[in-house]
Write a protein that binds this ligand. Structure first.
Ligand SMILES: [Cu+2]
Length: 150
């Protein structure tokens, strides 16, 4: 009986990281703030289509503005750009391209280095194919049924 439960939790442990990997918290524990090197932060990471970028910051202290390459260099957004201000801004990475984000509050971008540039890659070939994911899910369901029968 205990081994069945262990088996079930082992499957959960295998599945959990692939689910959690879908959301990338910008700046990790530091969140979206000033005087943080987002270029260094982004360097070791892979951004893949289907994942989400999450900008977390105290509401009112910062915001998130999507800009283009020149806006990124000059710390300015074009006139019709929407500003995200929810303190928990989620951006879906839907296409393979370069993306740039800055903070539009005060001189945070210019003086505080609060800007992020990333390149979004196509869906990773290292992620498990759907067939494997399907069979793992099936195993999890089977183990739940087994637990209920015991
Ligand atoms: Cu800011």
């Amino acid at each position: 009986m205990a081994s069945t439960q262990f088996f079930f939790f082992a499957i959960l442990a295998i599945l959990a990281p692939s689910i959690l990997a879908k959301e990338i918290k910008v700046g990790d524990d530091k969140g979206w703030t000033i005087n943080f090197d987002y270029q260094a932060w982004a360097k070791g990471k892979e951004f893949v289509v289907g994942e989400k970028l999450v900008f977390i910051y105290p509401q009112g202290d910062h915001n998130v503005i999507k800009v283009d390459g020149s806006g990124f260099q000059q710390y300015v957004a074009s006139a019709n750009t929407e500003t995200l201000t929810t303190e928990n801004d989620v951006i879906n990475l839907t296409s393979t391209r370069n993306k740039w984000y800055i903070c539009g509050v005060s001189k945070h971008c210019e003086s505080g280095n609060q800007k992020l540039a990333i390149t979004v890659a196509a869906e990773s070939s290292s992620s498990p194919p759907l067939a494997v994911m399907g069979s793992v899910t099936l195993l999890a369901i089977l183990s739940i049924i087994m637990m209920m029968m015991i």
